[in-house]
Each structure stands twice: as structure tokens, then as C-alpha cells.
Design a protein around this ligand. Structure first.
Ligand code: FCB
Length: 488
């Protein structure tokens, strides 16, 4: 295997540099990589149930074994170290920490569950890699779903208690805790379109989930600050760069609607303490939002010390005139039920140009636009790119993976980050999704996002060319100006 030391050094004048101290990492999530689902006291999450339900995941794949990271984490940390990564974003599986949780009580803490993450943190620190811990990346304990899941405020209350347990155990070594990853997906893909666990298709439930996830952020932030006062609290959102090529007022209204449902319904309560009036109005036919109880918005309004932004692909909308079949190329899977609650007059046209193996179109400008928008609307708010990357149909040939398209994708998006930095946005780090090929939710193992290839039969890890390229970026804290040489 090639090592990072073999990477040619690009002359300085051909580089665009990142600020000193910029954090370079990769990201994963517990259910996508760990496996070991029945070990050391872990109980099922909604993703165990969902993936074991026939027809839910491509090829019937499950996370039962995944990358077996639970047992191979030392080897994986050693690989990260070889890449020169300075940070790593992973998530904690709630069902390992309090496996007996019910809607009424958190139940006993499972020492073996906590120990796994504590050892992982120590391993990372010994490798000089800073851990960034996500408390919830979609693997809700099944017992909580059985009692209503995110449609119930008790799930948010239990989450706050769970967050306190993890922060108390790891807060002496972990500087950044992220409460939730992409609550948009948890709420709308889980409860409206049903392509994610728990697979429900009830628009009103999805909006109740939105609120209870926001509440969970607030309660989780308070808990982290109590248990680990010096830690930074963050929230990771998959913000959408929404635009239209249409010119009519209805097209522009479609942009406003989707921006409301994906961006502002999370940003506004957390950062401003209020729900956007237009979203409440847009969704009035679905729910009266009476699940927002007096005092909730004060709890939700905990802000963040650093905002995580995940970005992959642009969101293009237009008004649907009701005649031709409604275009639904939103990149969020196939379902007879739309994740876009109360938006039947909005459609998502297919975009021309290059797409990844997910069918997602590539436009790096969106990353700049989102980071600059956050800077403009919330001056001073520190930002992290907590996910960005691409799936391609990689093949290993003679021990190598020539994933030129992924490297080009990364190259373009790192320039987009630099553009945002040039515009003044305080972006502090970049986490590439993903470190390893892994269980890509409803797509199972059919989509490979890793810069490290995983052979699922042997668990063999192979650094893809993109990993070697990324190692070079990290080593120089800079990205080559030109991408052309990549194909040489
Ligand atoms: C994001 C998820 C992450 C991964 C990438 C491709 O929405 O947070 O777990 O699946 O998409």
C-alpha cells in the first residue's frame, strides 16, 4: 500500500492554502460502520428493525456486521493517522449506552457500551486525532419508537438524559459534542416519505418529529453544558441550497417553501427562538403545531457554539402546474409519499450534467453559498463542514482504486470552502464523508462513499486514490489550484 510519505509535494505557487489550524477529518456514523449489533448489551434500534424488514433496504442489507469497526477500530484509527487526519467525527449508538430505555425512564447505564467509546476516544487522542462526537445519528432505541418515537416529546426528554450520560463520561476528553445529525432526515424521511426508519408515512407525524428533534437539541445542549461545561455544543444540519430556474412568482414561492421546510424550521427555533411564520402557515392544513407547548421555544433556543453543515448536492425546485407527472428528483429515494409535507405544488426537476452514483448532481457552488449565508445571517457563528463527499462505483484493480471522479468532487468542494473563507465565513474544519465505505441506509452496501474501500467479505481496507490525494491536502494544509493533473 502506498503511504502518505510517497505523495509528491506540490509547489507552493500551485496551491491554495487553508488557514493555520484548519481541522481535517473524516466522518462516520455508528450504525453505518460498527456492526456488533447484539454485543456487550446493545439492544435494537429502529435501523435494526427497519433493515431486517423485507423490502426496506436494497438487497436486504443490514448493519449487523457492516465494517465491523466495533472490533477493528484500532486498525481504522491507525489508517486515519496514516492519512494525517487531525480530527474524526463519529456517532455514539444510544442503544449501547442505555439499552433498557423506555419512554418513561432512561434505565441503567451500560458500562460496556460507554467503555467502547471511551476506548475509541483514547485511541484517537493517542494518535493526535481530535474526536468530535455526534450523540444521535439516527439509531433511536426501538423501545422509544414503540412508544411514539420522535412524535412523542418523551423521546426528546430521554435524549436529554442520555446526552448528559455521554457528556459526563467523555467530556473530560471530547471538546465538541453534536446533538443531532440531520434532523431533517430523521423527521421527513423517517415519518413522511418512510424511506428511512421507522418508515412511517404520516405528514403530521413528521412535523411533530421536527419539533421534538428541535426540543431534543435544546435539552441535549443544556445537558452537555451541565455535564461538560468546557465543551462546545453543535448541531449538524443538511442545509439545502435551494434555487429555481423558473421565473414565475410560483417558482420563487416554491424556493421559499422548501427553504422553510428544510432550513429555517430548524435554524430559526434553535438560533432565534421562533418558528418561521410562513412555515406554520404553509403547513396549517396538516397540523396546528399544538405539540409546541408553552416554554418549549425557550428550551429549543440554546443556540450552538459551532454549526455543522452537511452538503452534497443542490436543490432545484419549480412550481408544479398539475399537468405532466410531478417530477420528484429530490435525491431522497423513491416513495409514493413525499417528504415535502404540504408541498404538492412543488416539483424537483431532473438536472442536466454530471451526477454521482446516488444520482445527485454536482455543483460545488452550493457549499460556498450555504456557508456564506450562515455567516451573513448569523455573524460570528463558527462553522464546520461536517459532511461532504460522493459515492461512485469503485472497483479494486490490483490493489488500487482509481476514483478520479471522487477526487475531482473533493477538489471542487474544497475550493468552495476556500471561497467561503475568502468571503469571511469562519469555517474551522472539513469532515469528508466518509472514511470507509459503509451501510448507506436504504441503499445498503450498494453505494460506496468511502475514501477507504471495504471488501465486505474479508473486511479488507484499501486506500483509494482519493484517500492518498486527501492525505496530500492535509499534509500541505492546501489544495492544488488545478484539477487537470488528476487525470494524468
Ligand atoms: C447524510 C448522512 C450520512 C450519509 C450521507 C451520504 O445524509 O448523514 O449518514 O448517509 O448522507
Amino acid at each position: 500500500m502506498t503511504t502518505t510519505e510517497d505523495q509528491p509535494t506540490t509547489p507552493l505557487e500551485m496551491l491554495r492554502a487553508f488557514p493555520a489550524g484548519f481541522a481535517w477529518g473524516t466522518a462516520t456514523a455508528a450504525y453505518q460502520v460498527e456492526g456488533a449489533v447484539a454485543e456487550d448489551g446493545r439492544t435494537p434500534s429502529i435501523w435494526d428493525t427497519f433493515s431486517h424488514t423485507p423490502g426496506r433496504v436494497v438487497d436486504g442489507d443490514t448493519g449487523d456486521v457492516a465494517d465491523n469497526h466495533y472490533h477493528r477500530f484500532r486498525e481504522d484509527v491507525a489508517l486515519m493517522r496514516r492519512l494525517g487526519a487531525t480530527t474524526y467525527r463519529f456517532s455514539v449508538a444510544w442503544p449501547r449506552i442505555t439499552p433498557q430505555v423506555t419512554a418513561d425512564a432512561l434505565g441503567p447505564v451500560n458500562p460496556a457500551g460507554l467503555q467502547f467509546y471511551s476506548t475509541l476516544v483514547d485511541e484517537l487522542l493517542a494518535a493526535r486525532i481530535e474526536p468530535v462526537v455526534t450523540l444521535y445519528h439516527w439509531d433511536l432505541p426501538q423501545a422509544l419508537e414503540d412508544a411514539g418515537g420522535w412524535t412523542s416529546r418523551r423521546t426528546a426528554e430521554r435524549f436529554g438524559e442520555y446526552a448528559e450520560v455521554v457528556a459526563a463520561a467523555l467530556g473530560d476528553r471530547v471538546r465538541t459534542f453534536t446533538t443531532l445529525n440531520e434532523p431533517w432526515c430523521s423527521a421527513y424521511l423517517g415519518y413522511a416519505s418512510g424511506v428511512h426508519a421507522p418508515g412511517r408515512t404520516e405528514p403530521a407525524a413528521a412535523l411533530a418529529a421536527v419539533h421534538h428533534l428541535n426540543l431534543a437539541h435544546g435539552l441535549g445542549a443544556l445537558a452537555v453544558r451541565r455535564a461538560a461545561p468546557s465543551a462546545r455544543v453543535s448541531l449538524t444540519l443538511n442545509l439545502a441550497w435551494v434555487r429555481t430556474e423558473g421565473t414565475s412568482p410560483a417558482d420563487h414561492d416554491a424556493v421559499r417553501r422548501v427553504d422553510g421546510l428544510q432550513n429555517r424550521v430548524f435554524l430559526d427555533p434553535v438560533l432565534r427562538g421562533e418558528y418561521p411564520a410562513d412555515v406554520l402557515q404553509d403547513t396549517a392544513s396538516v397540523t396546528d403545531w399544538s405539540f409546541v407547548l408553552p416554554g418549549d421555544l425557550e428550551l429549543v433556543h440554546q443556540g450552538v457554539d459551532v454549526l455543522g453543515v452537511n452538503y452534497y448536492s443542490p436543490t432545484v425546485v419549480r412550481a408544479w402546474d398539475g399537468s405532466a407527472p410531478r417530477a420528484e428528483n429530490d435525491g431522497h429515494g423513491n416513495s409514493a409519499h413525499s417528504p415535502w409535507v404540504a408541498s404538492t405544488d412543488v416539483e424537483f426537476p431532473e438536472l442536466p450534467g454530471h451526477t454521482t452514483a446516488m444520482g445527485w448532481s454536482v455543483d460545488a457552488r452550493g457549499l460556498t453559498e450555504l456557508l456564506v449565508r450562515m455567516h451573513r445571517e448569523h455573524p460570528g457563528l463558527e462553522l464546520l463542514v461536517t459532511e461532504n463527499g460522493a459515492a461512485y462505483d469503485d472497483v479494486v484493480v490490483a490493489g488500487q482504486v482509481h476514483d478520479v471522479e471522487r477526487t475531482e468532487y473533493l477538489h471542487a468542494h474544497l475550493h468552495a470552502v476556500l471561497d467561503a473563507l475568502d468571503a469571511g465565513a469562519p469555517v474551522r474544519g472539513y469532515f469528508l464523508w466518509s472514511f470507509l465505505d459503509n451501510f448507506e441506509w436504504g441503499y445498503g452496501f450498494s453505494k460506496r462513499f468511502g475514501i477507504v474501500h471495504v471488501d465486505y467479505l474479508t473486511q479488507r481496507r484499501t486506500l483509494k486514490d482519493s484517500a492518498l490525494w486527501y492525505a496530500g491536502v492535509i499534509a500541505q494544509n492546501a489544495v492544488p489550484r488545478e484539477v487537470a493533473s488528476l487525470r494524468a
